[in-house]
Each structure stands twice: as structure tokens, then as C-alpha cells.
Design a protein around this ligand. Structure first.
Ligand code: PLP
Length: 967
């Protein structure tokens, strides 16, 4: 350290953030470089990354800014958004996020940095919160089975259509009916999806649904313009002709309404946004999805189920996983992977906090405002579209623009996309003052009406705006959990008690390969809950969203520079959605050239399951390309298969660096071969953490990629979502980027349908990636990639004397992750990769990615954010576990009576009065000294997967059934 005094300018230029984001400091890096025998970081990159793909020049995303400056700059941008009072509705409503949930869930790394609960023994907290979400869905929809969240209402509708096709007994039908009173963005997304599946779409009045030979029908309740009608006859008529009926529903309205399930619906879905999740210019929000028990194997997305642990206690886990893309690939129900767990948890906590009575009060208040407003219009003889409604009044007018303008002048937004009508939707935040302002907008001056008087008239007139036979009579949320935590003290403790059960990044490193669990810096998270970003409706006039548009446009430019592409779409709201959008662009491009017959997609055997699942969604045939013994795509096989399919080649989907964790030398050649055959190259961008600033998909020669902003660009995983999956494309694919029927997206193609409900996807989490790039700058981003590679090579080196590192590239180096092979150990000792994963819990770690892309292995990705101390702690745990395996192998420990087989160990084990195992309690719980200093206790023992799938329970069990299991 030098003591020469620095000038003010020099001091000001010191950017601490890069050093905060990147774990190891310069001294630690030197230690690590020495360990792996590399001269310098630069030399390591030269040895690791093939020379031909190294970027010739640095990124152009500017210099890194300090946290203080970046926050100030973004705040100035955010202030350009104008937050009007929103009455637009259409699936997005203002809501009061309960502060106890805002601070203790949305703003709490214990909740937002957790991973998808694949290791359920250290995830019982969020599993319980999601189970509550499923119960909430089941109770309000009136159906039997619910999933753990989908991406948004419109994509859930598309999933409902796909499910209908799978389960309908009307096998020959290829037509699908959409009622004309479904939200326009929902229709848009479903129509796009239908076109790619080759389904025909019929639209018309809901009453005509059964007049067509369809495999299914989509209705909405209440309708997009607010009407409530009895749909049971329509449902029955469609079902009589073997069609499956799906109903898009508003969750809040269902508090007061007879449920679609009770009216016979097969599927009910919608958005849970207004249960305490900000509108955020379109997301992220959780979609709910419920269906009949009979269709459980066809349900898209994850399901949480109740099972039991080895002590016979009830324990939660993800159920029926063999339906999902990880296993079934192109035969999967859906390509959905990342969902919306954090937001589903928020919605479920909202229901827990308010309880059935609180929700009834909220819903009744919303409905009362609608009644009062409707009464005023009736008194003044202003025409409305419907006499029945929950929260939405659609007002007829010949003077639409004048009304909209009068409203804008008062800071009010109304629904503007209807012909000769405007929509007014009320929500939890509506006040008397709002109604007074609306009356001034809609009625001529001096109308003389008062809210007080109108309210009294609503009572005396006994207006039946919810028809008697459509009032809810069934109970809901009767489980204890929804009736117990209504004081803030109790709620705070409930949230905390669940958080304590879960291992997240605020406890220890989560080295999940392919998932890039890096730092989600607090400065990146802070803007997410600024009201300037949270309060905007996605269909607000563009001039009110100037701040968002500026932020999105700047972020797009940066990502374009980073990926080496020409254009970008922010619409896809997960990686898998990005894959779908990218393949859609490829197919539309082929069609535009008269080559729409190209229908084969080549995918290496090492690909992530979403790749083939997405290919199936655009009706591509998947042909698998082999990998060679080094884990590389087998070029000869690729060439042969490309030749074989010839003219029918649509594209190849490749991952770079490969899922095997090496920089293949042949990436450019792969692109060339595919292009020679007239195909396009889709590069899965999940591994961008090994590319940023060093190489890029566009530079390597691919045509389109998605980026997982929730991996490389610091959006936290939220326990299984949210995420963002924007796609970058070369200019020839730009005309085929998704547009939106309600809001024109200026960077999109003219005639392309939407892939998500909102025009810019989950816009409110984009500030996270924006802040990351802003604070790191060009040099910081490159450094992050270099250190990610250094950290992975360090871990590989430290473990290599103890485990076999499966694949290495040039000079024995790995990329940003490495795979260790446990198969030989299993062979010798009987200890499985599952035992190792669970034993890591005892050491306070989340397991690495298991058995992907190779069964019987662990894939470790430390990321650049982990410092040497934590890497060493992890390696110490792994090496100690290796020694434990040796004891089993040698017979010193019994094959089953050993800490690996019995892992994870709980306090119940340690406190058990008859401890009768061949190893002591200390070995069980404190296997190395570092553990004792910061012990994490798994709250349940190993969970029985088979039992859980055989005895599927996906709702909150009543207390009696807990007793049954315990006996
Ligand atoms: C994570 C991942 C995906 C899927 O992304 P989601 O956001 O979960 O949909 C696709 N491919 C690879 C290689 C991934 O790691």
C-alpha cells in the first residue's frame, strides 16, 4: 500500500463497487493463480478461451459508477415516469403491499436470494409459503389442484390451451375457441402460440363456444369489460362435445363470486398481482393455475406436495417432477422452468395476513366503489355496457378522447383501447376522492352528486350488480394458517419462522452450475421498490413512462453491445420464454423467405431440458446430436445430421461454453455448418457469465440468444423466479421480434404477436441489471468474467486430487463451472450423489447442480462473487465428505449406518434420547470446525420422494393428517 497522497480527482475515481461485487481481492487472486499455476488473470484467459473467439476490443458500456452515483442517476431517470392514478384494469390493479411483507419478504435477501427448492430439506419455509399459494388458488377457483405459479396470465392461458389439447377426448379437433371478451393481450399470446402449434383459433361471443368442433374453449370471468355472467351452461355445452373449458379469472373478484370450479370449469387461471404485488409496468407477478385432479400429470409448471421425512414427519417437496422439461425434454408439458415464486409467496402472505374476513372487506370495498360510480352514471343517464360487474364499469361514449384527456388532466388513467367506450376499474387503493374526481371527469360540471348520498342510494336501491346466484356461498381459506397471523407481530414472526428454515445466499455460497448464483447487490435491489417504478400500469400512455423507456433503451443498448447482436426484445419474462421467442423469430424468418417447411432443430445431448421443450412449442422436430468423450459437440455427428435433414434444417440450439463447462474450440465451425445448410443458430445464453467482455454470441457467429438476466445480470432467483429472458438477434431476425396488441413496441416486428402479457416483460426488475452494468462498467464486467473463470478453476484444482473432474478444455482448464464425477465412488462405496448433496447440507451448503448434464455428477459454478475464504470452506467440506466416503468404502463405516446415508441431520436427531448410531453426534452435526461457528440446521430429515408422488397432496394438510403421518 502506497502512502502517496492522491488528488481529489483520483480519489473520486475509485470505484468500490467492482471490489464489492467480485469476491476475491488482488491478494487472494494471487494465491489462487499460484494454486492453479497461472501467471496472471490475463494468461489464464489466454490459456482457457480459444484465441479465435477473443473479442478484439473492450465493451462499450461506459465506466463503472459508484453505488451513490448510480442510484442518483437512476433516480433521476425514474422521476421521468409520471405516476397517475390507474383505473385501467385489464389484469393490472394498484394494491397496498402490506409493509410487513414489503420489508420482510420483497426487500429481504433471505427470501429473494434463495434458489428453486430442489433441495427441500433446506427449503421448507418457501415450500410452505408456496403451498399456501396453492391452497389460496384452490379455494378461490373451486378446483382440486393448483400449481406453484406460472409467468403471467396470458402465458398461463396459452398453457391452458396446450393442456386442453393433451387431455381433450376430442382428439381429431385442432380448433380452439377464445371468447371475444377475454383480455386482448391474453388473446394475442394465445393466438401466437396456437399458430405455432398449428391450431386454428375461433373467436366469438362466449355463448357460441359450443357451436364449433373444438378441443377446448377459453372464457373470462368477469369479462375484460367487467361483466359477470353465469357461464355454467356454456361450460357444460362445450364439455358435452368433449372440449376442455378454461376460465381466466380475477382472483379478487372470486372472493365474492361463485367460483368457476363450481360452475364446472376444467381449468381456472389468472394473475395474483393484486394480492399485494406492485404493478411494476407489467411485472413480475405470479400467475395462478388450477385444474382437476384427473389432469395432474398434464399440469404445466411446478407443484409443491406434502410427503414425509425419514422420521415420519410431514415435509414438503416439489412433486411429480418427471412431468417437467428437465426429464421429459421435448415431451414435457411445457418449457417453463423459472416461474414467479417470490411473487407467489408475496400473494400468499397477503392472503395469510388479511385472512378470509380481511379479503372480504377489501373485495367488498372495491365492489362498493364500483356500485357508487355506476349509480352516479345511472342517475345521470350515462350509458354503461353491463349491469353486472365486480370492479369494472365500461362507460359508453361518443367522446372517448375528450374523456381520456379530461382524466389525464386530473392525473387519472382510464382504459383507452375500447371503441366508443372507456373502462374504469377500481381497486384496493381507490378512495372517495378518486370517485369524486371521476364523477367530475364523466359528468358535466355542477353534477351535484356526493359519494355520501350515492352510497346511501346503493343500499336503498338494492342494486344487484352481482346476481344472486353468482354470489359466493362456499367458504374459503379455512385452514389455520389463514386465520392465525392477523396482527403484525404474529405475521412478522410467521414470515421470520419460514425464512429461518431456508438456506439462501445470505448464509453461504450456492454453487449451482448453470444457475450463476452471484451477488444480488443491495444497491441493485433498492430501485425495484421505488414507487416511480412500482406504480406504473403496463398499458399507461407511453409519455407517462419516459423513465422506463429511457432505462430500457439504455439497458438494451448495453446488452446489444455485450452480446454482439443488432437488436433486442425485452418481452420474454424467463429464459425458456426467450428460447420460445427466439425460435419463433427463426421460424418466421424462414417463412418470410418461402422456407417455412424447415422444421428440424438439432440439439446436443448435453443441452438444458428447456431447449427441446421450447423447440416442441414451435412444432420443431428435435434431432439429438451426440457429444464426444470430452463433452464437446461431436462435429462429425453434427455434420452428418445436418446433411441428413438437409433442406428441412431450421436451426441448432447450442450452449456456450457447453454445459460441460468447457470452451469448445469448434463453436465457429458449428455455426458455419448450420449456416451452410440454410439453418439458424440459437445460442442459449445461460452461460453468458463466461462470455461477458471476453467473447460474445454475435461475435462467435450465432443468430439469436436469450439472456438470463436472473443469472448473469444479477436479478436474484427469488426461490424460483422471477427472471427475465430478453433475446438478442442479428438484424435479419429483427423484423420477427414480438410486438404487443395493446402497446406498440417500437423495436419489434410489425406483424408479430406477443409472447408475454406485458410489452416489456417483467420491467420492474430491469433496474437490477441496469444498476449492475452501470456500476461495473466495461472493465468491471470483463473482470467479473475473468474471476468467475479463476474461481471455477481454483475449485476444480482444489478438488481434483479427491474427485475426478469430468471435462476440461485446453491446457486442462475449465470455463466458469466444472463437473465432478461421483460415479466411480458410488461404484466403490454405494454412496450416491444424493447422499453427497444432503451431506453438504450438514456442512451448511446447498448442493451443486445434481446429475445435469451428466447423471451421477455434480456441476459446480462458484461465480466471481465468492471470496477465497468461502471457496476454501466449500472445498474443505467437499474434501471432508470425500474422506467420509472413503470410510464407507473401506468398511470402517457401515453401508447404511453412516452420516452420508443419514444426511441431513436435524436437531431432532441430535436431541433424540436414544442415539444409537455408529458415529457420534458431533460427527453428524459439526463435521468440520467451521460449521460450528455458523451452523445451519435443516428442519426436516431426508424426504421420501416416492411416497410424496404416490400419495399426492398439494394443498395445506389439515392437522389431523399431520397426526396420521406422525403415527
Ligand atoms: C436456466 C437455464 C435455462 C432456462 O432459463 P429459465 O429462466 O429458467 O427459463 C435454459 N438453458 C440453460 C442452459 C439454463 O441454465
Amino acid at each position: 500500500m502506497s502512502n502517496t497522497p492522491l488528488s481529489l480527482t483520483e480519489l473520486e475515481q475509485r470505484n468500490d463497487f467492482i471490489g464489492r461485487h467480485i469476491g476475491p481481492d488482488e491478494n487472494e487472486m494471487q494465491v489462487m493463480l499460484d494454486t492453479i499455476d497461472a501467471e496472471s488473470l490475463d494468461a489464464l484467459i489466454q490459456e482457457t478461451v480459444p484465441a479465435g473467439i477473443l473479442l478484439p476490443e473492450p465493451l462499450k458500456v461506459g465506466e463503472g459508477a459508484t453505488e451513490v452515483d448510480a442510484l442518483a442517476e437512476l433516480k433521476a431517470v425514474a422521476k421521468k415516469n409520471k405516476i397517475n392514478r390507474s383505473f385501467i384494469g385489464m389484469g393490472y390493479y394498484d394494491t397496498h403491499v402490506p409493509n410487513v411483507i414489503l420489508r420482510n419478504v420483497l426487500e429481504n435477501p433471505g427470501w429473494y436470494t434463495a434458489y428453486t427448492p430442489y433441495q427441500p430439506e433446506i427449503a421448507q419455509g418457501r415450500l410452505e409459503a408456496i403451498l399456501n399459494f396453492q391452497q389460496l388458488t384452490i379455494d378461490l377457483t373451486g378446483l382440486e389442484l393448483a400449481s406453484a405459479s406460472l409467468l403471467d396470465e396470458a402465458t398461463a392461458a396459452a398453457e391452458a390451451m396446450a393442456l386442453s389439447k393433451r387431455v381433450s377426448k376430442n382428439r381429431k379437433a385442432s380448433l380452439y375457441f377464445i371468447a371475444d371478451d377475454v383480455h386482448p393481450q391474453t388473446r394475442d399470446v394465445v393466438e401466437t402460440r396456437a399458430e405455432m402449434f398449428g391450431f386454428g383459433i375461433i373467436t366469438g361471443p362466449a355463448e357460441e363456444a359450443a357451436e364449433h368442433d373444438v378441443f377446448g374453449a377459453l372464457l373470462q370471468y368477469p369479462t375484460t369489460t367487467g361483466e359477470i355472467k353465469d357461464i355454467s351452461a356454456i361450460i357444460a355445452a362445450v364439455q358435452a362435445k368433449k372440449g376442455i373449458v378454461s376460465v381466466a379469472a380475477d382472483l379478487m373478484s372470486l372472493v365474492l363470486l361463485r367460483s368457476p370450479g363450481e360452475m364446472g370449469a376444467d381449468v381456472v387461471f389468472g394473475s395474483a398481482q393484486r394480492f399485494g404485488v406492485p404493478m411494476g409496468y407489467g411485472g413480475p407477478h405470479a400467475a395462478f393455475f388450477a385444474t382437476r385432479d384427473a389432469y395432474k400429470r398434464s399440469l404445466p409448471g411446478r407443484i409443491i406436495g406434502v410427503s414425509k421425512d425419514t422420521r415420519g414427519r410431514p415435509a414438503l417437496r416439489m412433486a411429480l417432477q418427471t412431468r417437467e422439461q428437465h426429464i421429459r425434454r421435448e415431451k414435457a408439458n411445457s418449457n417453463i422452468c423459472t416461474a414467479q415464486v417470490l411473487l407467489a409467496n408475496m400473494a400468499s402472505f397477503y392472503a395469510v395476513y388479511h385472512g378470509p374476513q380481511g379479503l372480504r372487506t377489501i373485495a367488498q370495498r372495491i365492489h362498493r366503489f364500483a356500485d357508487i360510480f355506476a349509480r352516479a352514471l345511472a342517475v345521470k343517464e350515462v350509458g354503461t355496457l353491463h349491469n353486472t360487474y365486480f370492479d369494472t364499469i365500461t362507460v359508453q361514449t361518443d367522446n372517448k378522447q375528450a374523456i381520456l384527456d379530461a382524466a389525464y388532466a386530473k392525473g387519472i388513467n382510464l382504459r383507452a383501447d375500447l371503441e366508443n367506450a372507456v373502462g374504469v376499474s377500481f381497486d384496493e387503493t381507490t378512495t372517495r376522492q378518486d370517485i369524486e374526481q371521476l364523477l367530475d371527469v364523466f359528468l358535466s360540471e355542477g353534477h351535484g352528486l356526493s359519494v355520501e348520498k350515492l352510497d346511501a342510494e346503493v343500499t336503498t336501491q338494492a342494486i344487484e350488480s352481482i346476481p344472486n346466484d353468482l354470489q359466493r356461498t362456499s367458504d374459503f381459506l379455512t385452514h389455520e394458517v389463514f386465520n392465525q397471523y392477523h396482527s403484525e407481530t404474529e405475521m412478522l414472526r410467521y414470515i421470520k419462522s419460514l425464512e429461518n428454515k431456508d438456506l439462501a445466499l445470505n448464509h453461504s455460497m450456492i454453487s449451482l452450475g448453470s444457475c450463476t448464483m452471484k451477488l444480488n447487490a443491495t444497491a441493485e435491489m433498492i430501485p425495484v421498490t421505488w414507487p416511480e417504478f412500482g406504480g406504473l400500469h403496463p398499458f399507461a400512455p407511453l409519455d407517462q413512462a419516459a423513465g422506463y423507456q429511457e432505462m430500457i433503451s439504455e439497458l438494451s443498448d448495453w446488452l446489444i453491445n455485450i452480446t454482439g447482436y443488432d437488436n433486442l426484445s425485452m418481452q420474454p419474462n424467463s429464459g425458456a420464454q426467450g428460447e420460445y421467442a427466439g425460435l419463433l423469430a427463426i421460424q418466421r424468418y424462414h417463412e418470410s423467405r418461402g422456407e417455412g417447411h424447415r422444421n428440424v432443430c438439432l440439439i446436443p445431448s448435453s443441452a438444458h431440458g428447456t431447449n427441446p421443450a421450447s423447440a416442441q412449442m414451435v412444432s420443431l422436430k428435435v434431432v439429438v446430436v451426440n457429444c464426444d468423450s470430452d463433452g464437446n459437440v461431436d462435429l462429425n455427428d453434427l455434420r452428418a445430421k445436418a446433411e441428413e435433414v438437409g433442406d428441412n434444417l431450421s436451426c441448432a440450439m447450442i450452449t456456450y461454453p457447453s454445459t460441460h463447462g468447457v470452451y469448445e474450440k469448434t463453436a465457429r465451425e458449428i455455426c458455419d455448418i448450420i449456416h451452410q445448410h440454410g439453418g439458424q443458430v440459437y445460442m442459449d445464453g445461460a452461460n453468458m457469465n463466461a462470455q461477458v467482455g471476453i467473447t460474445s454470441p454475435g461475435f462467435i457467429g450465432s443468430d439469436v440468444s436469450h439472456l438470463n438476466l436472473h443469472k448473469t445480470f444479477c436479478i436474484p432467483h427469488g426461490g424460483g423466479g422471477p427472471g427475465m429472458g430478453p433475446i438478442g438477434v442479428k438484424s435479419h431476425l429483427a423484423p420477427f421480434l414480438p410486438n404487443h396488441t395493446v402497446v406498440n413496441v417500437d423495436t419489434a416486428g410489425e406483424q408479430c404477436g406477443a409472447v408475454s402479457a406485458a410489452p416489456w416483460g417483467s420491467a420492474s426488475i430491469l433496474p437490477i441489471s441496469y444498476m449492475y452494468i452501470k456500476m461495473m462498467g466495461s472493465a468491471g464486467l470483463r473482470k467479473a468474467t475473468e474471476v468467475a473463470i479463476l474461481n471455477a478453476n481454483y475449485v476444480a484444482k482444489k478438488l481434483s486430487g479427491h474427485f475426478e473432474v469430468l471435462y476440461t478444455g485446453a491446457n486442462g482448464r475449465v470455463a466458469h463451472e466444472c463437473i465432478i464425477d461421483l460415479r466411480p465412488l458410488k461404484e466403490a462405496s454405494g454412496v450416491t450423489e444424493m447422499d453427497v448433496a444432503k451431506r453438504l447440507n450438514d456442512y451448511g451448503f446447498h448442493a451443486p447442480t445434481m446429475s445435469f448434464p451428466v447423471a451421477g455428477t455434480l456441476m459446480i459454478e462458484p461465480t466471481e462473487s465468492e471470496a477465497l475464504y468461502e471457496l476454501d470452506r466449500f472445498c474443505e467440506a467437499m474434501i471432508s465428505i470425500r474422506e467420509e466416503i472413503a470410510k464407507v468404502e473401506s468398511g470402517e463405516w457401515d453401508a447404511t449406518d453412516n452420516p452420508l446415508h443419514n444426511a441431513p441431520h436435524t436437531l431432532a436427531d441430535i436431541c433424540d434420547s436414544d442415539w444409537n448410531r455408529s458415529y457420534d453426534r458431533n460427527t453428524a452435526a459439526y463435521p468440520v470446525e467451521a460449521v460450528a461457528r455458523n451452523k445451519f440446521w435443516p428442519t426436516v430429515n431426508r424426504i421420501d420422494d416416492v411416497y410424496g408422488d404416490r400419495n399426492l397432496v398439494c394443498s395445506c394438510p389439515d392437522l389431523d393428517s399431520y397426526r396420521d403421518i406422525a403415527e
